[in-house]
Write a protein that binds this ligand. Sequence first.
Ligand SMILES: Cc1cc2nc3c(=O)[nH]c(=O)nc-3n(C[C@H](O)[C@H](O)[C@H](O)COP(=O)(O)O)c2cc1C
Length: 298
Amino acid sequence: MSRKENLEFLLNRVESRQKELGELSSYLLELESQLALIFAASPDMIVFIHHDGRIIKISQAVWKILGYDKEEIVGKYIWDFIHPDDVGKTQRIRTKLIEDKFLYFDYQNYFTNRWRHKKGYYIKLAWKFSLYDDREDQTIGIATDITNLALENPFHFNLVHKAVELTNDGIVITNMLEPDNPIIYANKAFCKITGYDQTDLIGMNCRLLQSDNKRQKALDTIRDAIANGESCEVLLRNYKKDKTVFFNHVLISPILDNGIVTNYIGISRDLTPLIENGIYVWDENAPRGFGKNLKANG
Ligand SMILES: Cc1cc2nc3c(=O)[nH]c(=O)nc-3n(C[C@H](O)[C@H](O)[C@H](O)COP(=O)(O)O)c2cc1C
């Protein structure tokens, strides 16, 4: 090859390389603008986190979900935002993910924790994580705000409400923050079992069902459970509005908000037919109202 031919060949190579590079950079620009669009539009929070817990990059949703501007969160450590009770769990899961070199937003990497909103309260986030395969020292997390999942989603809310209204179990909710723990909600089945309507029940303590029958040992069990913020299950002799006796299988459970018992939920079932048929035996002196005397006839 002559010098001239050699030069032409090299020039051609340079030109085709320049063309390739031009195509590549416009492709990269396109990718970058697509990524920026996803970052801006995603209702979920997308977060790039260094393995030491430092937040590297975060999508716009952080403002909507947690109330922070990017500058208030980028460069800080995730531990500064996570609820102290959730730090241990988050640390364990992240360590395992990094050790296992997880590369997928797999259901196995799904977990929840609470992050502090700028205003001080906590937001419950459902996370999916993956290692960032181009940068071995980072993970990518995608977080959905599930704080008010049932309430914000009208479909869920209606469904839950319908289920609670239509079940055959009596359901009452009481308010522990008001004096004497009054009923604030009673479903249709509770009204049907007790013969009272909602306006009779709201504002009253459930003991209105006991009439004068207050010596039952199972009431001590309920008192102890409430005093300790615990749940319990008892069989009580109760009276309907028209004073007929019925045997009420009651299960009560505390509802906590930030570690404080704010409410109790009670689930009642009328076991009178089973008592009348001798399948269950009520015992006034048994701690749970049936205790050892519970028997089944098959
Ligand atoms: C959620 C909930 C549901 C309750 N349901 C009943 C019930 O159906 N019948 C009943 O006799 N007591 C029921 N109780 C118990 C009474 O409300 C009360 O706690 C019990 O009588 C003991 O307290 P006292 O000594 O102040 O009466 C329920 C309590 C709670 C918290």
